[in-house]
Design a protein around this ligand. Structure first.
Ligand SMILES: *[C@@H]1O[C@H](CO)[C@@H](O)[C@H](O)[C@H]1NC(C)=O
Ligand SMILES: *[C@@H]1O[C@H](CO)[C@@H](O)[C@H](O)[C@H]1NC(C)=O
Length: 187
């Protein structure tokens, strides 16, 4: 083996070690925030669709009186519609930014932009960091990796009106928030 080939090989090994450690040390605050944000944004998108709209999913339902009715599910919770919402969910990560609590120093990504009709109180902009590597791009990246990893679980959790979706998705199905420091009472 000549010298150049040897150097290239050493460099490749060193690089793969670097990449592995970067992957192994996922930023918990980032991934937990992204997981929560996915649930929150989907929940909100679903709430914006008229619950009276339903879609036929094929098949029939047997009523207690023996008659048959078409099987219907709310449009917002049909698989087609959920998939569509899921496709766009990471775009809304640009409305979130890293927030550092001035008292507890707790870091988490939060929504800073109010939604359409939402006039609730929004946290002080001073405590948000809007650029740099901790900006919303890294949240979007984490969001995309979570959606890819948990797509089936997300679809089945949201297909029904379930309680504690954040806890189920971010703490049971995955371990993105499974660390006491990132748990909050909202779970
Ligand atoms: C989901 O959205 C509804 C309607 O906007 C809201 O009342 C509810 O608190 C939300 N649930 C969660 C877990 O965010
Ligand atoms: C999902 O629901 C929205 C709101 O009613 C509708 O505009 C959209 O076409 C639906 N998409 C699918 C794939 O069913």
């Amino acid at each position: 083996m000549n010298m150049v080939a040897w150097i290239i090989q050493i460099a490749m090994v060193a690089m793969s070690i670097l990449i592995e450690t970067a992957e192994g040390k996922k930023d918990k605050a980032l991934y937990c925030s992204a997981c929560r944000a996915v649930v929150d944004e989907l929940n909100y998108s679903i709430s914006q669709i008229d619950p009276k709209k339903t879609i036929h999913v094929g098949g029939f339902r047997l009523n207690p009186d023996g008659s048959l009715t078409d099987k219907k599910v709310p449009l917002a919770r049909s698989e087609a519609n959920l998939s569509e919402l899921l496709e766009g969910v990471c775009d809304s990560m640009s409305d979130h930014a890293l927030h550092v609590d001035p008292d507890t120093k707790k870091k988490q990504y939060k929504r800073f932009a109010p939604r359409g009709s939402d006039t609730g109180d929004f946290p002080d902009f001073n405590h948000f960091k809007f650029d740099g590597p901790e900006g919303s791009n890294s949240l979007k990246f984490a969001c995309e990796s979570i959606v890819e990893e948990l797509e089936d679980d997300i679809l089945s959790l949201f297909a029904k009106e379930t309680d504690h979706v954040v806890d189920k998705l971010c703490n049971e199905v995955s371990d993105h928030c499974r660390d006491a420091t990132f748990q909050s009472d909202e779970l």
